[in-house]
Design a protein around this ligand. Structure first.
Ligand code: AOF
Ligand code: ZN
Length: 371
């Protein structure tokens, strides 16, 4: 077998491992690592839940003395900094690994090529770029936060056969079936935060938590865009705010505004109920704030106005569009996007059936070009 084919086979294993902890490693990216000796995997590691330990020390520990003279496959450049754990590049050197194959270089300024250099300086053969595109899928949110200072934004919408998001004043309308619903919960599980507009929060009274059988998962941070702090105190979001972190993003109230006192009273009541209240004036300020909190993947779940605002600001990177079999008619709320027409600047990345429904994934073309 050619060595590059062998490299791809083992890197695929490392990538598969990295996908298992996507959305569960906090501000740290989910990285996969396998140690290979005489053509066999002798150690496996994935960044632990919460972000530490990193992938490499776990794989090296499993391999034990077999790490001597072995090849390590890692989806991200091993770290070189003394953070909350010692550098992974050091661990590789101490374990006597003779070759390290990396998919993607780490843009974290504390690493940024230093990990690769440490390995090469120690006489280890280093190969970079194997299956880079495939490995980026699990790292894309982290890479976006490191290089652009904002999370990757995934907009999720569910439309009826006739392109409607729901019915005005009707609360939650069931558009898609169980398979699509499960898919949405998986997407939530891979996200660090989920955002909706206050209109959707009032109409649907959603929980925005991850509920999948067999998956124990810490629910992502929940965010409601709510200019005048209208979110009801008896909504599920507020009632669970002590348990699942919840942020309401309003706008600083102008002192002279007649409604100002009522708005600040509602803000105080939300704060007292355990909701974090943030006064920000733009979506891009919000994304910067989230990036500072270590949020790499933000999922935007609607409604129509919020979806339009994110699209208009050019802040959507991926668009997950589910289409159900129901028809809602002319009284429906029209969706800003429909499956058979890619929004400007987007291309279809994937299309698949989910029970009686379908999913179309659009991706921003500029991202594709950087890959
Ligand atoms: C690795 N292997 O599995 C991961 C890495 O806060 P710290 O000290 O844990 O450092 C976080 C940084 O570590 C993060 O920004 C990224 O550069 C790297 N993540 N590195 O060698 C891993 N998750
Ligand atoms: Zn590390």
């Amino acid at each position: 077998m050619s060595s590059s084919l062998q490299d791809e086979i083992f890197m695929r294993e490392a990538i598969a491992l990295s996908l298992t902890h996507l959305g569960r490693t906090g501000a740290n990216p989910s990285v996969g690592c396998v140690i290979v000796k005489h053509g066999e995997i002798v150690g496996r590691g994935v960044t632990a839940e919460g972000g530490r330990p990193h992938a490499e020390p776990q794989a090296l520990a499993e391999a034990g003395t077999q790490s001597q003279g072995a090849t390590a496959y890692v989806t991200l450049e091993p770290c070189s900094h003394h953070g909350k754990t010692p550098p992974c590049a050091d661990a590789m050197i101490r374990a006597g690994v003779s070759r390290v194959v990396v998919a993607v270089a780490d843009p974290d300024p504390r690493v940024s090529g230093q990990g690769l250099k440490m390995l090469a300086d120690a006489g280890i053969e280093v190969t970079i770029g194997i299956l880079q595109k495939e490995a980026r899928f699990a790292l894309s949110g982290y890479l976006m936060r490191q290089t652009r200072g904002r999370p990757q934004v995934t907009l999720k919408l569910a439309v009826s056969r006739d392109g409607m998001l729901g019915l005005r004043g009707a609360g939650q309308v069931r558009i898609t079936g169980d398979a699509a619903r499960e898919d949405v919960h998986r997407l939530r599980a891979e996200s660090d935060a989920i955002l909706v507009g206050v209109g959707t929060a009032i109409a649907d009274d959603p929980e925005l938590t991850v509920r999948l059988p067999g998956l124990v998962h810490t629910s992502p941070l929940r965010i409601v865009l709510d200019r005048t702090y209208r979110l009801p105190l008896n909504s599920k979001l507020v009632r669970q705010a002590q348990v699942v972190p919840t942020i309401v993003v309003g706008r600083a109230v102008p002192a002279a505004a007649g409604e100002g006192a009522a708005i600040s009273a509602r803000r105080t009541a939300l704060h007292d109920a355990g909701v974090e209240c943030l006064d920000l004036s733009s979506l891009s300020d919000l994304l910067t704030d989230l990036a500072h909190r270590g949020i790499s993947n933000l999922m935007v779940e609607g409604g129509a106005e919020v979806a339009r605002a994110f699209l208009a600001a050019g802040l959507v990177d991926r668009l997950w569009l589910y289409q159900g079999n129901v028809t809602l008619g002319a009284d429906g709320i029209a969706s800003p996007v429909v499956p058979d027409q890619a929004p400007l600047g987007f291309e279809v990345a994937e299309q698949r059936a989910l029970g009686d429904d379908s999913l179309t994934i659009f991706r921003r073309q500029t991202i594709a070009r950087y890959e």
